[in-house]
Design a protein around this ligand. Sequence first.
Ligand code: AMP
Length: 249
Amino acid sequence: MKVLVAVKRVVDYNVKVRVKADNSGVDLANVKMSMNPFCEIAVEEAVRLKEKGVASEIVVVTVGPATAQEQLRTALALGADRAVLVESAEELTSLAVAKLLKAVVDKEQPQLVILGKQAIDSDNNQTGQMLAALTGYAQGTFASKVELAGDKVNVTREIDGGLQTVALNLPAIVTTDLRLNEPRYASLPNIMKAKKKPLETVTPDALGVSTASTNKTLKVEAPAARSAGIKVKSVAELVEKLKNEAKVI
Ligand code: AMP
């Protein structure tokens, strides 16, 4: 079974992001970039399926600038077999990314597509759902457990009220939640081996996909600075402040 994993290059989660002086976006100059954490979980799940003998090939794909090859090499070092870079330096909408991924799905014909539930830069949480709509494949989002059973995949989903398990016919799309697994680190020998694994570059034009956007970012602003909190000495003082200062009770 072929598994396709979509990974995104994002600002590393440890970086404190800065907004550009002209409010046109986030300043990416000299900022550490990494694989989106939910995509690391997606790669790990695919590698575990291969280790169990369920998956036969793992193809990892990203849509992004030439530098996104770094994240593809990381995925190859973690156990993916080959990589596809859909090269675009533009800032793309989720729909454009989903259309590009659909073109890759059409070409690769995977039985399972794994994405992160959300990219930590834009927090969109929609690419997997859009890809499911475009391909017509079944979707299991926010997965905390994935079990292949014949021509079905059972996905346990984290929902507000608890856990829901759905049985999806293959081919299917799964998006990963935090508790699905704990990703491994790439070993040095595997990082070296990954340099020799195949990495193909394609363009949106070659895939026949228009990435024209209907969205325009008007302004990007940092969140308002929070004022420091205070400690109250008693419940009575708290109630007094809530009543007379905050005027919320
Ligand atoms: P989002 O809908 O942007 O929050 O992203 C959810 C998931 O979609 C990510 O975790 C990735 O698996 C996938 N994804 C989003 N953008 C890209 C991209 N540019 N290239 C590859 N995969 C992406």
